[in-house]
Unconditional design. Structure first.
Lengths: 295, 357
């Protein structure tokens, strides 16, 4: 039973991270209607940048991490301006393919620069594990859960109260109306990519600290799809809930698998079965807008 | 229209027959036939290496054509094409090894089996469009990849499976020179089939679904039927391509059919031109020659400062991977209509040279 509980906690922690990545995915989708297949590479780039700053430059974490965030902010803006802006108005296939192309380029570039093997982060916390309700939990996990909740709360505040957040929501709702109200849609697009890249980088660093940094990080970008489809493609809350469900679900699948089924690899694959099932039954997800034309 | 080699100015098409003809002039038909005849002579003077590249182009071209029918002609996106390609390869090998079906029969049968699997995953295709289908096929990619690794009875598990060479009446097509003809014939047949499909009512219905699905539906086109059909056709082509691949290499490993391979297929049709049949072949050739070009490039700069700085020798795999992504992005940004469009422009330029205006 302890194992089950441990897996449940693990699922929630990983799920929270999925939720964060899913949120930044949804942010881009809501603002600019672009499905970003390169979301996982944002995690990867963020994690490698931070790792590089911490190991090659021997910077302490509290300096290296903010520099990473600033870098990712700039990176997101530049990416949007250079690659994605010319694609506005192109058919959906082209836009999707551009993000897929980006993901390949980044992945290969990261492998080229940093190698294919996982590299551990320098230790950041004094004690690697801590005791939580009688469970042995890694400090990083607890911190990542806290960070995730913090980011989620931040998103909530940002979109509800801040001027920029409101402007972004307006842009997502109707670009023309937003423009007529004096909102710069171009800025909003660039901003959404910047925030998305930055938040993904936080998730990337967190995962990197736990598992070491390797190209496996970009698989998060693929795992995001079950989460966002489950939650509804254009719902921020849905992304969080979807992420949590997927996180718990894959751990439960792993439990079932290791205890009874022994099929192996269920941890990786179970979310995709769920994805297909959701697409068949409820394609707009739990919280999404039901405006998908079904035929 | 009788004895002329170029189309005169003005539109002289007076019947639907002339509008849907494959070759607009006699010369273009003769050139196409000449091209095939020249290809038939290839094994006589080409070495192994070039032949293997040409064989690659033919089986990949068949699979890519299937994807182009789905993406370019029907406007649906699939990111799981390599999984179907792989399924075709395993299905053909399995039909031959376990059920004793002769290879010549197993290849088309593998296409049929892959169609069934494609339709299974294509069920969302009947209900969803665009983006959602893209995500559904992404799931199909991972599920099928997992299935390959798991199903020992079908794929031989991690060890892979052996595929017997194609044998017709005791004549084994087991060398590159011999297999080249098999691949060429298969490719020509599949391309003619696709070209003719696009001239029929069904083909035009697919294009109508792509261009404006609502209008298409109003005109009496059954959207569900045609979307599912297009998905099935694409899986069929992938299956045939995969089967040809299996019997060419005579060994299928579970590792090859990754998402990167699927993206390569998408790259082929984007580079060649979405919705262009000849473009598919050009794009495939481009994609096959791209890694070779990278190799040549690396050789060219080896020993120079660039080589030592980037350590090209060990990282050639990443360079290739990157070039695939870069080429896709560059084509989408600068030449969204692909090589087929560029080819048309070149032809138009030379047609009236030097008085192009």
């Amino acid at each position: 039973m302890t194992l089950l509980f441990q897996l449940l906690v693990n699922g929630l922690i990983v799920g929270a991270l999925y939720g964060v990545v899913a949120m930044s995915f949804v942010l881009i989708y809501k603002a600019s209607r672009i499905v970003n297949f390169a979301q996982g590479e944002f995690l990867l780039i963020g994690a490698w940048t931070c790792w590089w700053l911490l190991t090659s430059w021997q910077l302490p974490f509290w300096i290296g991490f903010p520099i990473t965030l600033v870098f990712m902010l700039a990176f997101g803006v530049i990416l949007q301006i250079v690659v994605l802006r010319p694609m506005i108005g192109e058919p959906i296939i082209s836009v999707i393919m551009v993000t897929i192309g980006l993901s390949i380029v980044f992945q290969a570039a990261m492998k080229w620069m940093f190698g294919v093997f996982a590299k551990p982060f320098p230790p950041i916390f004094a004690s690697p594990t801590m005791n939580l309700f009688g469970l042995e939990v890694q400090t990083v996990y607890v911190m990542s859960l806290l960070i995730s909740i913090l980011i989620m709360a931040g998103f909530g505040w940002f979109f509800k109260y801040s001027r920029t957040g409101l402007a972004m929501r307006a842009t997502a709702f109707d670009q023309q109306v937003a423009q007529s109200l004096g909102i710069s849609v171009r800025h909003m697009f660039a901003m959404s990519w910047a925030i998305s890249a930055m938040v993904s980088a936080v998730a990337g660093v967190t995962v990197g600290v736990v598992n070491g940094v390797s190209s496996a990080l970009s698989f998060f970008g693929i795992k995001v799809f079950p989460a966002v489809i489950l939650g509804g493609l254009d719902s921020v809350i849905g992304a969080v809930v979807g992420g949590l469900i997927v996180g718990v679900l894959e751990n439960m699948a792993h439990y079932l698998d290791s205890q009874w089924l022994n099929w192996g690899n269920m941890y990786e694959i179970a979310p995709f079965y769920v994805l297909i099932a959701i697409l068949m039954i409820k394609p707009y997800g739990l919280f999404g807008t039901k405006d998908i034309e079904r035929v | 229209m009788a004895n002329i080699s170029i189309i005169p100015s003005g539109d002289f098409k007076t019947s639907y027959g002339t509008d849907t003809t494959i070759f607009p002039t006699r010369t273009s038909r003769n050139f196409a036939i000449l091209g095939v005849v020249l290809l038939l002579a290839c094994p006589a003077f080409m070495d192994r290496y070039w032949l293997s590249l040409l064989i690659q182009i033919s089986y990949l071209g068949i699979a890519a054509l299937g994807l182009n029918i789905l993406v370019g002609f029907t406007g649906q996106i699939s990111i799981g094409h390599s999984a179907f390609f792989g399924f075709g390869a395993f299905a053909s090998a399995w039909l031959n090894n376990s059920l004793g079906v002769p290879v010549a029969l197993a290849i088309p049968l593998a296409g049929v089996v892959t169609t069934m699997v494609g339709l299974l995953f294509g069920m969302p295709a009947a209900r969803l469009k665009g983006l959602y289908l893209a995500i559904a096929t992404l799931a199909a990619q991972y599920i099928l990849q997992d299935f390959f690794a798991r199903a020992d009875w079908f794929t031989g598990g991690t060890a892979g499976t052996i595929a017997e060479p194609l044998t017709i009446f005791g004549f084994a097509f087991d060398t590159d020179e011999r297999y080249f003809y098999v691949a060429l014939v298969a490719m020509v047949v599949m391309y003619i089939l696709a070209t003719n499909l696009m001239r029929t009512r069904d083909g035009r219905a697919l294009v109508a679904v792509r261009d404006h699905y609502l209008s298409a539906e109003i005109m009496g086109i059954n959207l569900t039927k045609y979307r599912t059909m297009s998905f099935g056709i694409s899986a069929f082509y992938a299956g045939i391509g995969g089967a040809l691949y299996a019997h060419y290499l005579q060994f299928v490993s579970v590792e090859g059919f990754t998402i990167l391979f699927s993206i390569q297929f998408l790259g082929m049709i984007i580079i060649g031109g979405l919705g262009s049949i000849m473009g598919t072949l050009m794009g495939t050739a481009f994609m096959v020659f791209l890694p070779e070009a990278m190799q040549a490039l690396t050789k060219l700069v080896s020993g120079t400062a660039i080589d030592t700085a980037l350590n090209l020798k060990d990282n050639i795999a990443f360079l290739r991977e990157m070039s695939i992504g870069l080429v896709i992005i560059l084509f989408l940004v600068f030449e969204p209509d692909g090589l087929a469009h560029r080819w048309k422009q070149i032809k138009a330029y030379w047609k009236l040279y030097p008085f192009s205006h």
